[in-house]
Design a protein around this ligand. Structure first.
Ligand SMILES: NC(=O)c1ccc[n+]([C@@H]2O[C@H](COP(=O)([O-])OP(=O)(O)OC[C@H]3O[C@@H](n4cnc5c(N)ncnc54)[C@H](OP(=O)(O)O)[C@@H]3O)[C@@H](O)[C@H]2O)c1
Length: 290
């Protein structure tokens, strides 16, 4: 059983994940750098810690849901000396595999276990508990945490060693990144050729070109709804980290290289990448003076 569960990072994904844990009857202590983003969780029974260090002193299991390598490094360095020996950190953030292995090594020094468990699915799936967890551990070694994963998700993939979860996540996001970018590029061309965006989206949906990504993002792009479910700058972060992974493994990845440039340019040109990843489409429109 988990005695006291901590959760750090109540952003777009973290907040609905905490709601699911509270709904499953767990006692959760939360901390978020921007305090306002965790206040609403108090009405669901969450307790708020005033710092990551305070949370670390009280919890024997801590879930992280933070932006990137730097955010996790910063939080872990800040609270490392406050963690209870024997406690466990479950990191659901999308990190580079090398950073997750470095975290595991660093935390082992203070007798704290680190598990990488990034997720697939976005805010809608987090809200209804339908995330999938890509877990860098064997099933038998994480049995006591399974109820947590089940509260927040519907699938668990047990991938063995630390770093395998983040590896699988990064490579899966490569498919997602290319898929969405080619749809935006094709939609822009279709529109430039005089086709109605709605019609082209419908045609894609009826064809072999369709995907879950297009199902979710296509209508939002066509209606210009870019309220962030997954920020464009995070997609660029993911493209860059899988590019680094590919380079470490000396892989030829021409599509990935092209798509990393697409998201890099879009994150720089479209509202600093703060809007939803679907706003990559605005860059195509701007490029054509539309
Ligand atoms: N959104 C999705 O669809 C989705 C899907 C799968 C995986 N992911 C991954 O899940 C993670 C979270 O994504 P999200 O969409 O929830 O992002 P988000 O809304 O931007 O949340 C990021 C969280 O990280 C915190 N943070 C960032 N830098 C920090 C720092 N230096 N110190 C302390 N806290 C820091 C933020 O705190 P503040 O509130 O103070 O900024 C916030 O709580 C990312 O790794 C993302 O790639 C996202």
């Amino acid at each position: 059983m988990i005695d006291t569960l901590g959760f750090i990072g109540t952003g777009i994904m973290g907040a609905p994940m905490v709601w699911r844990l509270l709904g499953a009857g767990l006692k959760v202590i939360v901390y978020n750098r921007t305090t306002a983003k965790s206040q609403a969780l108090v009405s669901g029974g969450a307790m708020i810690a005033i710092s990551a260090q305070e949370l670390a002193r009280q919890c024997d299991t801590i879930i992280l849901m933070l932006s990137n390598d730097d955010a996790v490094r910063e939080v872990v360095s800040d609270f490392k000396s406050d963690l209870k020996p024997g406690s466990t950190i479950i990191d659901c953030s999308t990190l580079s595999p090398s950073a997750s292995v470095a975290m595991a090594d660093m935390l082992a020094e203070v007798n704290v276990r680190y598990i990488d468990a990034p997720v697939t699915g976005s805010r809608p799936q987090a809200e209804v508990g339908e995330l999938a967890f890509l877990i860098g551990a064997s099933e038998s070694s994480v049995q006591r945490f399974v109820p947590l994963f089940q509260a927040m998700g519907k699938r668990m993939f047990f991938l063995g060693d630390v770093g395998r979860g983040t590896t699988a996540k990064a490579i899966n996001n490569m498919v997602v990144a290319v898929n969405l970018a080619v749809f935006a590029e094709a939609l822009s061309l279709a529109s430039a050729c005089g086709l109605r965006e709605e019609d082209f989206l419908d045609i894609v949906r009826q064809s072999g070109a369709h995907s879950a990504m297009i199902e979710h993002k296509g209508p939002r792009i066509v209606s210009r709804n870019f309220e962030p479910h997954f920020a464009l700058k995070l997609m660029h972060k993911d493209a860059a980290l899988v590019q680094k992974l590919a380079s470490e493994h000396r892989q030829w990845t021409p599509l990935l290289d092209a798509v990393e440039q697409v998201y890099r340019k879009a994150a720089a040109e479209v509202d600093g990448g703060r809007q939803d990843v679907g706003s990559v489409y605005l860059m195509y429109l701007q490029g054509q003076g539309r």
